[in-house]
Design a protein around this ligand. Structure first.
Ligand SMILES: Cc1ncc(COP(=O)(O)O)c(C=O)c1O
Length: 404
């Protein structure tokens, strides 16, 4: 029997530069959102060829605050945001955290993303936005999503939490809708350990996001002078009749700033962005290719000509007629040292936390199928070609042992 190898789902790279920057931040005595966060935002925006970025505490907050921007555009509490039924639960949670109602639409099992042909049926008078998710870095069908949004005057927020390094018609994911929301959690391609970031080309939106992340206060400068230099801020009392703008709270805000230590790790990772994405894409494409050769019982997605999948992870669906279950397959991989994650669930019908919304099992067959038959495994930069051969070898052995 071949020796068991450990193939963790994720990895964390803390380059020497990250240690240097974290030390610099600690020694400066200013560790809450300051100049490194600002630098991280500028660099993240530059890499995505977009004007602005606002860094936050998590990817969930990136989704939530992006949706909460809509209050400044006339949205009312209880308005509706269309989301795919299948995603990490944070997508649905964020709509609720922002005070809106998630309206779920089933997915297309070939892409794992929102089925664009079912979106229109879900639009009502209270719909204010569509939030497609680029699940596992696979681009959602943005041409159709944008066309529906234009027709019904809806905003589009891309949940690009898993979509770092992905492209749709040569445009980086996250830059096609009005805003793109990323997670920089440790399992994601660019990490700040915990964190998130929203990108947009709209300056007004950027100011609203800065206000929202800091309790809704009236301050919207791109870098807070007080946080960066500790100096005197001329704007605070510029309008004496209003008082101190730092203590005027214009909207219902959140407490969601990224801190300097997180940004320091993020900056060092961004310096290796291309190499990380390239290595992960190499791993993802090799695994996709290998799974496709294993026969009809295991399925994964494909990359179309007009897209580049952001290499977040490898999804695998166990076929309906397979002579084994997803759980048997998962157990076999885990016993052989290969970390697995389930492919999330149908949020409205398989996540007990959403049961109060009143959806019934069976309403989202495609998402529910992924919930019971899907899994994903790591493609990260510390997985090498021998690891890939090992993973594919284990899958092949399993199919041979359990196949008819
Ligand atoms: C699709 C999706 N949206 C949102 C999030 C939330 O990100 P975070 O864990 O940083 O809050 C995640 C996290 O993995 C995700 O996969």
């Amino acid at each position: 029997m071949t020796k068991i190898r450990r193939i963790p789902f994720g990895t964390i790279n803390i380059p020497a530069e990250a240690v240097r920057l974290v030390t610099e931040a600690l020694e400066s005595g200013r560790v809450s959102c300051g100049k490194m966060v600002h630098q991280f935002e500028k660099e993240f925006a530059r890499l995505h060829k977009i004007k602005h970025a606002v860094a936050l505490s998590s990817g969930t907050d990136a989704d939530t605050l992006a949706i909460a921007v809509l209050y400044d555009h006339g949205a009312k509490r209880g308005d509706e945001v269309i989301v795919p039924a299948l995603s990490f639960v944070a997508t649905g949670n964020s709509v609720l955290h922002a005070g809106f109602k998630p309206v779920f639409v089933d997915i297309d099992h070939r892409t794992l993303n929102i089925d664009p042909d079912r979106i229109e049926q879900a639009v009502t008078k209270r719909t204010i936005a569509i939030m497609p998710v680029h699940l596992m870095g696979k681009p959602a069908d943005m041409d159709k999503v944008m066309a529906i949004a234009r027709q019904h005057k809806l905003k589009v927020i891309e949940d690009a939490a898993e979509a770092h390094g992905g492209f749709y018609r040569d445009r980086p994911l996250g830059t096609i809708g009005d805003m793109g929301a990323f997670s920089t959690y440790v399992a994601h391609i660019i990490t700040t350990i915990e964190g998130g970031i929203v990108i947009t080309n709209d300056e007004e939106t950027t100011g609203i996001l800065r206000s929202l992340r800091s309790h809704g206060r009236a301050c919207k400068c791109d870098a807070c002078k007080l946080n960066v230099t500790g100096g005197f801020c001329k704007k605070r009392f510029a309008k004496p009749e209003l008082g101190d703008i730092r203590f005027i709270f214009e909207r219902v805000g959140f407490s969601s700033k990224m801190n300097e230590l997180e940004a320091a790790v993020g900056l060092a990772n961004l310096a290796n962005y291309s190499a990380i994405v390239e290595k992960r894409r190499h791993n993802l494409l090799a695994l996709m290719d290998g799974v496709k050769k294993l026969g009809p019982y295991l399925k994964t997605f494909s990359e179309e000509k007009h897209e580049k999948i952001g290499p977040h992870a490898l999804p695998v669906l166990v076929a309906k007629d397979a002579p084994f279950t997803r759980n048997e397959f998962v157990l076999y991989l885990e016993k052989h040292g290969i970390d697995t994650r389930s492919l999330f669930q149908s949020m409205p019908t398989q996540c007990p936390g959403f049961s109060f919304l009143g959806y019934k099992l069976g309403q989202f067959p495609e998402a529910e199928y992924a919930g019971t038959h899907g899994l994903h495994i790591g493609v990260h930069q510390d997985i090498n070609d021998e690891d890939i051969a090992y993973v594919l070898g284990c899958m092949e052995d399993f199919v041979r042992l359990h196949g008819r």
